[in-house]
Design a protein around this ligand. Sequence first.
Ligand code: TUI
Length: 307
Amino acid sequence: MKQNRKINELLGIEFPIFQGGMANIANGNFAAAVSNAGALGIIGAGGMNAEKLREEIRICRSLTDKPFGVNIMLMNPEADAMAEVVREESVAVVTTGAGNPGKYVQRWKQNGILIFPVVSSVALARRLEGTGVDGIIAEGSESGGHIGESTTMTLVPQVCDAVGLPVIAAGGIACGRQMKAAFDLGACGVQVGTCLLASIECPIHPAYKEAVLKAGDQSTIVTGRTAGAPVRCLRNPMTRAYLKMEQEGADRMELEKFTLGSLRKAVVDGDIKNGSLMAGQVSGMIREIRPLRQIFEDMVREYEQIG
Ligand code: TUI
């Protein structure tokens, strides 16, 4: 994989594949499993507090010698404290989501942390390039969870044209053909989340995995657009209840609390009716539960066969 040599070398990983943040799912154990399978494992700090994050970093470090990262969801009330924890614990890579991490960049850089913010717009990508981040993850609205407006097909080439940094494409990527398309758009790596929900190692309830396997191309829906907090998940009675709350004018904080609380219901209890089953539009093409290593190998093999 000639094109990717740079990103693989920069990060010390076998495949040019990042794991997405996956709040409330990607603990230290899962991130270590992803890194041990050859991609970049990432602890999703979204649903944690700062001390829980520290614990998960230490668990991850005890389970892998490979590099791993932490995703800080910037809407988390403890984001400031988490920014300190990743610095104190000398995490190799930080990705961020749902906001502008500009105020943390200088301190992280001083500590040698590689910084890859997730953006959903060219404007933020440009602004962050000026702060000295190491790369940009351009995430399209095909993704599961919190999303922006632009699709991967439109966002990735525009971000690639706007910045001189390595760009990782995210959103709508689960197989080698999509990986090839992302590289053709100018990306030098991909970030995946939904296809990892259907891995043997993923610590979500089996009913959540089953729901991803059963999903078709039209199975996801975006809640929270009117509140300015769009989140993509599998359609179920919860998404219907959410859309009703939204129509009735519930405020953003109320809706966010509802979302995170219901994500836990899905992940831990397997409540596929009342839970928030965050998943991307690629759910429709995921047909079997595989080991992480096989998911990455299948993707790269298909990519290489296309040539
Ligand atoms: O962050 C994500 N995906 C997520 S976070 C999450 S947890 C959650 N909890 C409660 C409510 C909602 C979600 C589940 N999935 N992806 C990265 C991402 N970042 N997507 C879009 C953005 C984004 C949006 C606006 C990044 C920056 C941004 O900038 C605003 C600004 O300040 O310019």
